[in-house]
Write a protein of this length. Structure first.
Length: 527
């Protein structure tokens, strides 16, 4: 549904130069009286160095440990297709510093890349696949890769998109890698839309207001004028901005379309309902009517990663970090349908490991997406969403059962003397995977099961995608200084990734190799 391209490169130069109308379009053309219209401060955006005082915020990550399937047979977690951690870590490495451990979410590093999983058959919104081979950093262990591939739109037109861009225009957005890059990113996406779609722009800085009321996306010059007219200055009333954006979409709501708020911010909400809990409650109260919320993060120095991840998770949306024009193109152009169009929501995974085959297991990453086993069948529990064409990968490190395998960490039980295994334990199955999800339009719940086997594959003969995903996971473990990474060398990671970089249409995998070398150089300087 793409229309003829506009000269975006020229527009980008205008944006970076601070050009464009001083007042938003709604003032020029007379916005309807239902909407409050405000003009952001006309302070020009200028490039600046990283602030002297770094106030970036990242949550603590408690790494997953090995679990005994006799005592903890079920591993349950919510799907996660966020990618913000990868591009944020990349930004830090390119600035010449290693990331803090809390910034490294391994599942987001692995899921930054697409993999060659088959498209689903029949009516299912996604396919499920698995592969097992030697674990490269612990050859006596096995590595399980579970892959889920969302259905792409092939021939059928995707639904129309009604989007409200909620743009942080506070003083903290004054740097060149913040508001100017926000403008460029929005225009990239707008250039992909047509007259079936609509775009609105809300700004917030101290107070919030409508810069552009919902406008058909083929009226591109009006949208360009509104976006290029945004200026930074003032405090950040994020909560008021969210309320205004939801109100716009509620009035224009179309149950047969994508209705989504896209927040563009550095996450520094410092006026109004500024606590994370208050903002989450606000977003949860709105999401049930069918309006999703995604977050695009920008900038550095005062970046609030943990806050933005939580807002997107509770808004049934996704979270990406935009550090470059190239990343904006990846998220909003190349992967636009996956970013905007949800094909399954509240997606939960539950893996049951066979104690006859598995002495212990650990889930690599997904620490803040784990769920209690009983939550799997509780359909009131919020989980994750899958977008059109999205692939999701999860990795487990397995200690296989051998004649002398014991779990030194097993807790002795007074009232249990072990569990009697069922007949199914003798089938050779390694695990059973269950998926539970809702249709995004009807909320109807569906579920499926998948059996996984270990056919004794060697890492050297595993698929290129398997080897590459293992390399990315090892990279995350090493960056985080994981207790399980001390046998992993940077040269090992590069070697494993090189074996899996054959499919590299956009150069993302070759860029990963550059980041591995950069991390190795920075690590040697710190040692």
């Amino acid at each position: 549904m793409r229309t003829a391209n506009l000269p975006i490169a020229t527009l980008a130069l205008l944006i970076l130069a601070g050009c464009g109308p001083e007042a938003p379009l709604s003032e020029q053309s007379g916005a309807v009286s239902d909407y409050e219209s405000v003009a952001p401060s006309a302070t020009p955006a200028t490039a600046s160095a990283e602030p002297e005082f770094n106030t970036e915020e990242y949550d603590y990550i408690a790494e997953n440990e090995f679990e005994n399937p006799l005592q903890n047979p079920l591993s349950t977690f919510a799907i996660d297709v966020d990618t913000a951690s990868y591009s944020n870590v990349r930004r830090m490495l390119r600035q010449g510093k290693l990331p803090p451990a809390g910034a490294v979410r391994i599942e987001e590093l692995v899921n930054y890349f697409s993999y060659d999983y088959p498209q689903p058959d029949g009516e299912r919104p996604f396919s499920v696949n698995s592969e097992v081979a030697d674990c490269p950093w612990a050859p006596e262990h096995r590595l399980v890769r579970i892959g889920i591939q969302g259905r792409r739109f092939a021939g059928d037109a995707p639904p129309p998109c009604h989007l409200v861009f909620l743009v942080d225009c506070s003083g903290s957005m004054n740097d060149a890698n913040k508001l100017p890059l926000v403008k460029e990113s929005i225009l990239m996406l707008v250039n992909e839309l047509d007259g079936r779609d609509s775009v609105a722009v809300v700004s917030y800085a101290g107070s919030s207001g409508v810069v552009l009321k919902p406008t058909p996306a083929d009226r591109k010059q009006e949208i360009i004028n509104a976006v290029t007219g945004l200026r930074s200055g003032g405090g950040t009333n994020g909560a008021a901005g969210v309320e205004t954006a939801y109100a716009l979409l509620a009035r224009e709501f179309d149950p047969n379309a994508v209705n989504r708020v896209i927040v563009c911010t550095d996450g520094d909400f410092n006026i109004g309902a500024s606590s994370q809990d208050e903002l989450i409650r606000l977003i949860e109260a709105k999401r049930d009517i069918g309006i999703e919320l995604s977050v695009l993060g920008f900038g550095m120095g005062n970046y609030k990663d943990s806050r933005m991840e939580q807002l997107a998770d509770h808004g049934n949306g996704n979270y990406a970090y935009i550090d470059t024009e190239r990343e904006a193109r990846k998220v909003l152009v190349s992967e636009r349908e996956g970013t905007l169009i949800t094909i399954a929501k509240d997606v939960k995974i539950q893996v049951e490991f066979n104690p006859q085959e598995v002495a212990s297991y650990r889930l690599i990453g997904y620490e803040n997406r784990k769920m209690a086993a009983q939550d799997f069948t509780d359909d009131s529990k919020d989980a994750g969403e899958i977008g059109a064409g999205h692939s999701v990968t999860a990795l487990y490190e397995i200690v296989p059962v051998t004649a002398d395998s014991t779990d030194e960490n097993a807790i002795p039980l007074r009232y249990q003397a072990g569990r009697e295994l069922s007949e199914e334990a003798q089938t050779g199955e390694l695990f059973t995977l269950k998926l539970r999800y809702k249709d995004p339009g009807t909320d109807a719940v569906d579920a499926l099961e998948f059996r996984g086997f270990d056919l004794g594959g060697k890492f050297a003969q595993a698929s290129p995608d398997f080897r590459f995903a293992a390399a990315v996971a090892a990279y995350g473990m090493r960056l985080r200084d994981s207790q399980f990474s001390h046998n992993i060398g940077w040269a090992d990671i590069e070697s494993w990734a090189t074996q899996g970089d054959q499919i590299d249409e956009f150069g993302y995998r070759s860029e990963f190799l550059e980041l591995v070398r950069l991390a190795e150089s920075l690590s040697s300087q710190d040692s």
